[in-house]
Design a protein. Structure first.
Length: 579
């Protein structure tokens, strides 16, 4: 999630002006008054933001779990001044109130309470003489990242410095999501390196005072929604947007049940710069953003994979909603539900336009917190599912490793995968010398091969629509790799063993597809088109006739066909007892 300035800067001029106008209208919403964002003295404690409140409730429900921990591994190359690093870390923590505040419960809701004179201690481990430093570092990193925070006892930050050699260290920085978001990583990188350079030079790290603190944002956020008329208008708009909506789901490999856990695994796929350039050109000619164009491609993928014409997914936005918040560390993430009607007759260019309208509609009304949207829409609740969507699609803008140089030390920051799946599937798209597609999936629901195939299919969609934006959605071709060969390839990359991939047969694979996607096109020959349900019915009839004539499993059967589609129907028929 890129910061607000970057995302606005990528918009075409006309759309940027319209969006800024709408944002200004939102920021001045009220009955005859304007709600100003300003720095205030909130006393010993202040109300949390809506984002913090939601995460606080999740943390209480999953007590003892580190589901919302964010871990950074910061490689430090060069002659490190450990005292200067400690001073720099505490300078950043002291500058941002949210990093030195705990969350205490008062009347059933969380309040931010700064801890006076809080000093962050940095634990240290020396692995320079270890025979297997990489393994020990991996174990230490996992342990540090997985340890839960007690949000009521202390600020939700920790640091651990690992020495690997005289000029090689790793700083493990772990923070709870309640005080952090992707935009915070950029701010942290800038301030940490600047503070380290000053401390290493014997100077006191200093930075201009922040215009506002995170607590000011939380108060401003709540004040804007105290206007009942404005809140009702937002609620009414969300009821209109999501009326009758059903969350889009990818059919799971394993049944969803009480034993379904939140364990996750991540996959990545890198696409070249030329593809990104073509998609950027398409976005420009469509007067929209690369994010919208990628989302349109994802909508087309969901249309093919699930056969849904009403695609409902979620996205995470961490844009700071006011210029004074651009340098403030904290959690500004807002989950937004996106709904787009997708039909096979649309050209991809038309789908981009339709998706852009959906994105603008949802983002314009995103001021209403997610939990209040849920209360407004009142979907049928299922404890095994998220309330409005099961699949996340988020564009991270320009991302990747953060690098900086300070006092002869190179800082290289990487965010670590936390091993948790917050949704059934999360598709994350970033720009990093091309496109980087990342898929985090729930391993209790999906096999490695399914997730890998879906990610590869997304690549196929993007390549085809970038080459021909006027291609109809229904004409996008997704050639599926046979399960056994796909599994062999995944095994060679270290994927888990999947016995089912080796034991399936053509007729079994056909029946599975006919059950999951009965309306999907199975045969196209000239003007003749058959879906899987029709092909299944015909092949079933052929199988019954073969059995009536005494044909049994293993008996050879000659097939004569005047047309290719007849041959296919016969090929999928089987006289076996299970047909």
């Amino acid at each position: 999630m890129s910061d607000l300035a970057e995302r606005l800067g990528r918009l075409p001029q006309g759309q940027r002006s319209r969006l800024l106008g709408r944002m200004r209208n939102q920021m001045t919403a009220g009955v005859g008054r304007r709600v100003e964002l300003q720095r205030s003295d909130h006393g010993p404690r202040s109300r949390s933001s809506f984002q913090q409140e939601q995460m606080w409730f999740v943390d209480k429900l999953g007590a003892g779990k580190a589901r919302n921990n964010i871990a950074l591994a910061i490689q430090l190359g060069g002659p490190l001044d450990r005292a200067a690093l400690h001073e720099a870390l505490n300078a950043v923590v002291a500058r941002h109130q949210v990093l030195h505040s705990k969350l205490v419960e008062i009347d059933g809701v969380p309040w931010q309470e700064p801890v006076p004179s809080f000093v962050l201690g940095v634990q240290s481990t020396d692995l320079a003489g270890s025979e297997d430093a990489d393994r020990e570092l991996a174990e230490l990193t996992a342990s540090c990242a997985a340890a839960p925070f007690d949000l009521a006892a202390a600020p939700p930050v920790r640091a651990h410095l690992v020495r690997l050699a005289e000029d090689r260290h790793v700083l493990l920085w772990v923070v709870h999501h309640i005080a952090w978001d992707p935009g915070s990583t950029r701010i942290f990188t800038e301030e940490l390196t600047a503070s380290y350079a000053a401390a290493a030079a014997g100077q006191r790290p200093e930075a201009p005072p922040l215009a506002v603190e995170y607590a000011d944002f939380a108060a401003w956020q709540r004040a804007k929604l105290e206007n009942d008329e404005h809140g009702r208008a937002l609620a009414g708009k969300w009821r209109q947007i999501l009326a009758g909506a059903v969350a889009t789901e990818v059919m799971p490999d394993h049944a969803r049940g009480p034993e379904t856990r939140g364990d996750g695994r991540g996959l990545k796929l890198n696409l070249d710069q030329k593809l990104l350039d073509r998609l950027t050109e398409l976005a420009d000619t469509s007067n929209t953003t690369v994010f919208t164009t990628l989302l349109a491609g994802f909508n087309a993928l969901m249309r093919h994979w699930t056969r849904a014409e009403d695609v409902v997914v979620g996205t995470a936005s961490a844009s700071r909603p006011h210029p004074d918040l651009e340098q403030v560390i904290g959690c500004f993430v807002q989950m937004i539900t996106l709904r787009t009607e997708v039909t096979d007759q649309l050209t991809f260019r038309e789908l981009v336009t339709r998706t852009a309208a959906s994105v603008m509609d949802s983002f314009t009304n995103s001021e209403l917190p997610f939990e209040q949207v849920v209360e407004t829409v009142r979907p049928v609740r299922d404890p095994l599912r998220h309330p409005l969507f099961q699949i996340e699609f988020t564009s991270l803008g320009r991302w990747g490793t953060h690098r900086a140089q300070a006092a002869e030390v190179e800082f290289t920051m990487d965010q670590l995968h936390d091993g948790a799946a917050k949704f059934d599937m999360s598709f994350l798209v970033g720009e990093n010398d091309g496109l980087e597609l990342s898929l985090e999936y729930n391993t209790s629901l999906y096999r490695h091969g399914t997730a890998s195939a879906l990610l590869a299919a997304f690549q196929q969609v993007l390549e085809q629509v970038a080459e021909n934006p006027d291609l109809r959605v229904g004409d996008i071709s997704l050639v599926e790799e046979p399960a056994a060969s796909r599994h062999a390839r995944e095994l060679s990359r270290g994927g888990p063993l999947d016995e089912a991939a080796w034991t399936t047969t053509l007729d079994r694979a056909f029946r599975e597809r006919a059950t999951i996607h009965p309306d999907a096109e199975a045969v196209r020959f000239g003007t003749v088109r058959l879906d899987y349900a029709a092909l299944d019915r015909w092949s079933e009839a052929i199988a019954h006739r073969l059995r009536d004539r005494g044909v049994r499993r293993g008996d050879p059967v000659a097939v004569w066909a005047a047309a290719r589609e007849v041959w296919l129907k016969a090929r999928t028929a089987s006289p076996a007892s299970d047909r």
